[in-house]
Ligand binder design. Structure first.
Ligand code: PRP
Length: 228
């Protein structure tokens, strides 16, 4: 008699219909690590580890529909047909804070390419300023995963997604640890075809366009720098 297989409850909430394509991953481990991440007492060394863990959990969910192709192999016992991920996967970290998500996602997808994109938010205007981009003119990756812990106004994410649109990447997903409601609405409206995976959607932005309650400045907390 075969044993019944229990499938765990879905850990993901699809926010529909207005925010189609936005997924808030509500796993208990995400809630747990996110709380440590938000705590202002959490030091940079732990903050970095937490960003990495949360990036892994987000990437696990975001890659659940990757295409597979068959791969014949031989085990020590017999021949069999396994599978491997098809196509080229590109990680696109938005500098600086997105760098904190790269290593652990690369552990999950070691064959991924990493394409860096430098964008910072002008402190006075809160508008994105692109300062580094060396994307090739041709041969786009098949799936692009944009990595940035924070989505506040959405300006930086929109700059990154526009770059991938110009590069003609067929499938693009945005992985962000915390988003503001306003920012994610804005990005989803401009890129309805892009799946957005987040750990939490916070209710508001303050007068300085910081996410509330948020976690402060992810780049400064990862790299142990003071706000400039
Ligand atoms: C932060 C964050 C995002 C951006 C979010 O980066 O990492 O890239 O701001 O804000 P937005 O949605 O309003 O564009 P920041 O500009 O502080 O640069 P850094 O990563 O170099 O610290």
């Amino acid at each position: 008699m075969s044993v019944a297989v229990l499938r765990s409850a879905p850990s993901i909430t699809r926010i529909a219909p207005r925010m189609s394509g936005v997924f808030e991953v509500a796993h208990p481990l995400i809630r747990h690590h996110l709380t440590r991440l938000r705590d202002k007492q959490t030091p940079p060394e732990e903050f970095r580890l937490l960003i990495g863990r949360l990036a892994t959990l987000l990437a696990y969910e975001a890659t659940k529909d990757l295409e597979l192709i068959e791969q014949p192999i031989e085990t020590p016992i017999t021949r069999m047909t396994g599978q491997r991920v098809a196509g080229r996967i590109g990680l696109v970290p938005i500098l600086r804070a997105g760098l904190g998500m790269v290593d652990t996602v690369l552990n999950l997808i070691p064959s991924a390419e990493v394409w860096h994109l430098g964008v910072y938010r002008d402190e006075k205007t809160a508008l994105p300023v692109e300062y580094y981009s060396r994307f090739p003119q041709s041969r786009p990756v098949d799936v692009g995963l944009v990595l940035d812990p924070m989505l506040a106004t959405g300006g930086s994410a929109i700059a990154a997604l526009s770059t991938l649109r110009e590069w003609q990447v067929p499938t693009v997903k945005l992985l962000s640890v915390i988003a503001s409601r306003e920012g994610i609405d804005h990005v989803a409206a401009m890129f309805p075809e892009t799946q957005i995976y987040v750990c939490a959607i916070d209710p508001e932005l303050n007068a300085h366009k910081f996410i509330v309650p948020g976690l402060g400045d992810a780049g400064d907390r990862i790299f142990n720098t003071q706000p400039s």
